[in-house]
Design a protein around this ligand. Sequence first.
Ligand code: HEC
Length: 410
Amino acid sequence: MVDTVLLLEWAELALRWLHVITAVAWIGSSFYFIALDLGLRRPGTLPDGVAGEQWQVHGGGFYHLQKYSVAPAALPERLIWFKWESYSTWLSGFALLILVYYVGAEFYLIDHARRPLSPTFAIIISSGSLGVGWLVYDRLCRSALGRHDTALMVTLFVLLTAAGWAYTELFTGRAALLHLGALTATFMSANVFLVIIPKQKIVVRELKAGRAPDPALGKQAKQRSTHNNYLTLPVIFLMLSNHYPLVFATPYNWLMASLVFLMGVAIRHFFNSIHAGRGRPWWTWLVTASLFALIIKLSSLPPAADADGKLPSTAVRHLQADGFEDVQITLLMRCVMCHGDHAAWPGLNSAAHSVKLDTPERIAAQARAVYLHAGVSQAMPPGNRTYMTAAERAGIVTWYRAAAPAAGAP
Ligand code: HEC
């Protein structure tokens, strides 16, 4: 029998691998060009139209780069474009969103206790929000506000904070922060796809036609590219955040996410200043550290009400299928000392990783994770500290395989 849960798990790993690789390529080239751009120098004699140059040494060779402020007089024969790094990052990310949050909508996307959306509706909101969000952002940049870089950035910050809050109202905390990251990354990729590259193409077309391109084209592209620069670090944080319940599963997750955007700007400002030869603004690290301390504090504040997730009754019923009682006893003996409201393991003062396995509903909510971490793999208990037996693991596997398909679990 082909086990779909295992196949999905491997597909997820493969996609995640691809996504990280493409993101490394995109962010790497983007960081490189920002540093290059800021670090250009203007010695006495430069060829016509050249705005600055830089010498670099890498991998045993010397490189001499020159930047033309608008475009060279004639188009070179071979021109390297940088666009697929961005496109493939967005595409692989969206595929991962589908695999994790759409296929697993019942478990990861929908917050049954607070907002029991139907999977179809939740998925429409999820993908629709990315498109609508982009339209709003793009309009803002093109509006009169777009002429004031700082005011535009402040508005963008307010917009992203509001989006983060709205996502936490609609989805699970885990999905909410991921969606905020995906929305921001959509702005960034669409900036490349719909603004930066098309404007470059116009410049190339003008050159081919023997006309001098309009310098305003480069300016608009530059504004979007500056946004991308400041949004990169927060996006990476948000993408990683779904592995940390302290960030996503605490009540002020949206506020923490909004502070992360400010941290990203502060850190980028430090590096941008160095690359531009404007000194080292060490104060940015003080700002970053203070914001981080505030985030840590926020993560420790108690919830206003009990925000425990509940599964739809059908899922609970099915996950309590044959063998569930044995599994419950196994988890009680091997897991609950670390995964309960009153975790008793030395050094733990709350449930490890915020995973709680002390009630049937909580076990049902974690069924897939239990199956993967303690059934098919031996990741849990850590180092088998509670001496779980092979027969107990087999019991989990048999129960989950029998119960999950009926419950509509991924
Ligand atoms: C000695 C304490 C301890 C015991 C016992 C224990 N766990 Fe954990 N568990 C942890 C810690 C610590 C983490 C977080 C670190 C990690 O993921 O490795 C964790 C994480 C998890 C996660 C989340 C993994 C992820 O990456 O999302 C699951 C699921 C889990 N445990 C299930 C179980 C199950 C099922 C059992 C019993 C069969 C069990 N654990 C027993 C300490 C424990």
